[in-house]
Design a protein around this ligand. Sequence first.
Ligand code: CAA
Length: 401
Amino acid sequence: MDFSLSEMHQEVIDLSRSFAQRMILPGIKDADRAGKFDRTIINAMADVGLLGLCFPEEYGGGGLDYISLGLACEELEYADTSARVVLSVHIGLTSLPIFTWGNTAQKEKYLPLMTSGKMIGAFGLTEPNAGSDVVGIQTTADKDSGTYVLNGEKMWISLSDAADLFLIFAWTDREKKKKRDHSGMSAFIMERSYCGVTTGDIKGKLGVRAGKTGFISMSDTRVPEENILGKPGDGFKIAMFSLDQGRYTVAAGSTGLIRACHDACVSYSNTRATFAEPIGHHQLVKEMIARMYAGYEISRNLYLKAGWMKNNGVANTRATSLAKWIACEQAEAAAADAVQVHGAYGFSDEYPVERYYRNAKGASIYEGTREIQKLIQADYSLGYRADKEDRRELPTWPFRE
Ligand code: CAA
C-alpha cells in the first residue's frame, strides 16, 4: 500500500491552489455578499485545464486520473464552495457520464466542447416535488418522428442558468411511470438552444451565494433521438452512476472546507489572546482544533480511497457514499466550531468562517442527503443492497489508447 501522492498529483494541487489564490480568493467575499456568479471564472478554469483534467487527450483532456479530480476539488473548496461546485456539476455529473455512457458520436461531439469550456454542463434530475425519491420525477419524454418530446420542470439545479447543455432524466414509458418502475426512465443530452428550454435563478439561498442554482423548464422540447444517453430505460442507472461521481467531488470539496476551517482557527488561535494568553492555549479550543484535524484526515483518506477504486474500475458506490456522508458531516461540524473559535468575530463576515458555515450546510443536502447516504450504508450492511455484476464503472486509468 502506497499512501504517497505522485508528482502528477502534486502538480494538480499546485495548479488548483494557485488558481484559487489568483481567481477566487481576492473577490470571493464581495461576490458572496452580492450573490454574484462570475462566469469568467469557469472560462479561466478551462484555460488552465481544470475542466478537462481527467479525460483522455483525444477529447481535449489532460489525461490525468480521478484522484487528480478529487485533489482539485479539495483545493477549490478550500477557497470557496462555489468554485468546487463547477467541477462537481460540469465534470462529475455531466462530462463523466457522457464519457462513460456515451456512444462514439456523442463523445466526439460533446466532450471536446466540454473539456474546453465551450459548453458547460448541468444535471437535471431533481424536480420541485422529487429529490431523494428519484422515481417520483414527473418529466416525460414521448417519442415522435425521430425525436423525444420533453415536458417538465427541474429544480435546485446548480449552474442551470449558466449551462449550455443539460443531462435530463425523464420517463419514456408512461405505464412504468405509474408503477414507479425505474426501468421506464431515460437520460437525454439536451442543448440549451433546443426550442422550449428556459432556465432561471433561485434567490435567497443560505450559502454558496457566489454560485448559481436554479430551474430548467422544458415545454414540448424536441431532443433528437440520437441524444439519448445509453439505451431507453437506462436513465435511473445513469443517474445513480452520475451521483457516484458527483458525490465523490462533494466529498473531496468538503474535505477542503474542513482544512480551511482548521487553518483559519489555527491562525486566529495563535493571535487572539484572552485571559492573558493566546486562545490556542485553552483546552476547549484545542479540542475543537483537534477534531477538525481528525475530520480532515478521515475525510481525505475516504475520498482518496474512492478515487483509487475509480482509477481501478472497482465498484465504489458504497465507498463514495461513505466519503460524501462523513466529509459533509465533518465539514458542518468543523464550520460550526470554527465560528465558535472566532467568537463574535466569527459571527460577522470580517472572517471567512461564517461563509464556511453557510456553505457547509448545502452539501449535507444536495447530491444525496445525509439520510440517503446513511440508508445506503445500512442497506449494504444488512444485505438489502448489493452491486450487480453488469454495472458500468468509469473507464479505468491509465486510459487505453
Ligand atoms: N450504478 C449502476 N446501477 C445502479 C447504481 C449505480 N451506482 N445504483 C443502483 N443501481 C441499480 C441497481 O443495481 C438496481 O438495478 P436493478 O433494478 O436492475 O436491480 C437499480 O439501479 C435500482 O437500485 P436501488 O434498488 O438501489 O434503487 P432505490 O430505488 O432503492 O434507490 C436511492 C436508492 C439510494 C434512494 C436513490 O434513489 C438515491 O440515491 N436517491 C438520492 C438521489 C439524489 O442524490 N438526488 C440529488 C441529485 S443532485 C441535483 O439534482 C442537484 C444538482 O444540481 C447537484
